[in-house]
Every structure is written in structure tokens, then in C-alpha cells.
Design a protein around this ligand. Structure first.
Ligand code: C2E
Ligand code: MG
Ligand code: MG
Ligand code: MG
Length: 283
């Protein structure tokens, strides 16, 4: 966070920078309290198969129920967390909450897989696999295949050497792996054909713009073909309209997620949403 130092050769005292760092420390402290006070919540966004209209699972997305500011999106607090000693504890909280939720849904007769976003430093934390294993042992009714980990394509790439081992271990546990925001990084064929990746998740920027921008459409089409060629699943995020869904089906991309299907929602709304889900009208 040495923002503002630029190319200065002498690190003169910079009052603005100092203030920024104090603010950051205060914010991390505030986030620590938030974790203790159970102010974080997970919302869940459905993922569906556009061809069969089946609900295939949900993605867990963190929010902060701030006592004064209301419900805050991850962009409002995750950047401050980055690199702090809270990144792993909050990541572990998310994983535990998601596994607990799958167990709770199973008790209601609802078998709903959950995907969880994991930061690179959490994934590379030495205790990651041990924690995951312990958690899954605690909830034997939740099979490992119901849990999917989403890692940013860019993160998986930059940490390949260290990351490789932990991805293999996840795979060995039976937990699925998805490369999130796919298309924004620089993964080569050679790179990901050797990784135990189950799914490519096409970044929503390409999906949102694909109807107006032929280049974005080409990227979506290429990722779908890439996934096919390597027998990986592919899912599109950012499906906002039936026209997006139609275009995806034409490209043979069946799995989708987006505001046009459902917005992220609290856990207790999921079963009612699912009961009312009649599918997208594509005609
Ligand atoms: P992501 O994993 O790519 O998640 C998708 C984001 O796109 C979510 O934003 C979701 O609400 C939003 N979205 C879904 N469908 C649409 C759509 O049709 N149109 C538009 N414009 N947006 C859509 P959200 O919840 O604000 O999360 C932002 C990012 O924060 C996530 O991107 C993920 O990278 C990160 N994140 C969220 N929860 C967690 C978490 O528990 N742990 C970690 N490490 N990162 C998280
Ligand atoms: Mg994600
Ligand atoms: Mg994404
Ligand atoms: Mg994203």
C-alpha cells in the first residue's frame, strides 16, 4: 500500500500516506470486531441450466451487515482485508458458513451445492487443506462434491507453483474447482490443461457486452469451445436478459448465473425462490 511514494528516492514523511495507513489499520480493526459480532452474512445467487431449467447450485457471496451503514457489498470492505491477518479467518468463516448451510438445506430435503470464492492467499495458507478436511469431516452428510471453490483465473495463474499442490489436494478431497472471471487473465492452453480445474466461469463483462460487441461475443464463444475441448464445465455469469441466455444457448453454453435469473438473496429466501422458479422464457 505504498501508494503515493511513486518514484521518490527519499521516503520523506508523507502525512497523507500516514493518514491512509492509520485509516486502513482502523478499518481492519473494525472488520475484526465485525467478525466477532457476527456482522457478516452470506447471500446466495442461484445457478441454473438454461437447457433444462434445473437449478444446479448457488454461489455464496459475502456482505457486511453494518450497524450504521446497512448492507455493504464486498467491494466496500474486501480490498481493506487484503494482505491483513484477517483474510484467512474471514475466508474460513465463509467456508464454514457455506458447509453449515448445505447441511441445513439437506435437513429440509434440499440438496443444493454451494460455490465459495476463495482468495489466493487463503488458498495458499498452509492450514487450508487441513481446515477444509476437518470441516467436511464435521458434516459427513455434505459430500465434498457439493462444495465448489472459485478461484480467480488471475490468482490461480500467478501462484501456479505453490498453488498446484493445494489444487491437487482439493481435487483429491473431491471438492470441485472453478476458475472465476475467466478470460480476464492470460491462461494458456498448456497452463490449465494440467490443472485439476472442473469449470471455467466466463467473466460477466464479456457476457454483458456480447450482444453489442462482436469481440466480446468471440471471447465467450472461444471460452466455451476451450472448455469443451478439454472436457471442462463452463458457466456464464452476468446473464441479465433472456437475449443473453438465447445467445449462450446458441453457443452451447448451458450453465448460467445472473440478475436476469435471480439476484443474490439471503439463505432463507432460496427455497421459496426455487419453488417458484419456472425457468427463463426464451422464446
Ligand atoms: P464474483 O465471484 O465474480 O461474483 C459475481 C459478482 O457479480 C457478485 O457481486 C454478483 O452479485 C454480481 N452479479 C451477479 N450477476 C450479475 C449480473 O447479472 N449483472 C451484474 N452487473 N452483476 C452481477 P458481489 O456479490 O458484489 O461480489 C463481488 C466480488 O467479490 C465477487 O465476484 C468475488 O470476487 C468477491 N467475493 C464475494 N464474496 C466473497 C467471499 O466470500 N470471499 C472472497 N474471497 N471474495 C468474495
Ligand atoms: Mg465467484
Ligand atoms: Mg466472477
Ligand atoms: Mg468478479
Amino acid at each position: 500500500r505504498a501508494k503515493g511514494l511513486g518514484k521518490n528516492r527519499y521516503h520523506r514523511f508523507d502525512p497523507e500516506l500516514a493518514r491512509e495507513q492509520i485509516n486502513l489499520q482502523a478499518q481492519v480493526q473494525r472488520l475484526r470486531q465485525a467478525l466477532t459480532a457476527s456482522e457478516f452474512v452470506l447471500h446466495y445467487q442461484p445457478k441454473v441450466n438454461l437447457a433444462t431449467q434445473a437449478v444446479i447450485g448457488v454461489e455464496a457471496l459475502i456482505r457486511w451487515q453494518h450497524p450504521e451503514q446497512g448492507l455493504l457489498p464486498p467491494a466496500a470492505f474486501l480490498p481493506d482485508l487484503e494482505g491483513s491477518d484477517l483474510e484467512v479467518p474471514i475466508g474460513q468463516w465463509v467456508l464454514r458458513k457455506a458447509v453449515e448451510q448445505m447441511a441445513a438445506w439437506l435437513r429440509m430435503g434440499l440438496q443444493l451445492p454451494i460455490s465459495v470464492n476463495i482468495s489466493a492467499s487463503h488458498l495458499l495458507h498452509p492450514g487450508f487443506i487441513q481446515h477444509l478436511q476437518t470441516l467436511l469431516n464435521e458434516y459427513p452428510q455434505v459430500t465434498p462434491g457439493m462444495l465448489e471453490i472459485e478461484v480467480l483465473e488471475t490468482a490461480a495463474l500467478s501462484s501456479l507453483d505453490q498453488g498446484r499442490k493445494v489444487l491437487d489436494e482439493c481435487h483429491e478431497l473431491g471438492v470441485l474447482l472453478s476458475l472465476d472471471d475467466f478470460g480476464t487473465g492470460y491462461s494458456s492452453l498448456a497452463y490449465f490443461r494440467n490443472l485439476p480445474v472442473d469449470q471455467l466461469k466466463i467473466d460477466r463483462s464479456f457476457v454483458c457486452d456480447m450482444l453489442d460487441d462482436p469481440e466480446d461475443r468471440n471471447i465467450v464463444d472461444s471460452v466455451v469451445r476451450l472448455a469443451r475441448a478439454f472436457r471442462r464445465e463452463v458457466i456464464a455469469e452476468g446473464v441479465e436478459t433472456p437475449a443473453h441466455a438465447r445467445a449462450l444457448l446458441q453457443m452451447d453454453c448451458r450453465l448460467a448465473q445472473g440478475y436476469g435469473i435471480a439476484r443474490p438473496m439471503p439463505a432463507d429466501q432460496i427455497s421459496a425462490w426455487q419453488a417458484g422458479w419456472k425457468g427463463l422464457i426464451l422464446a
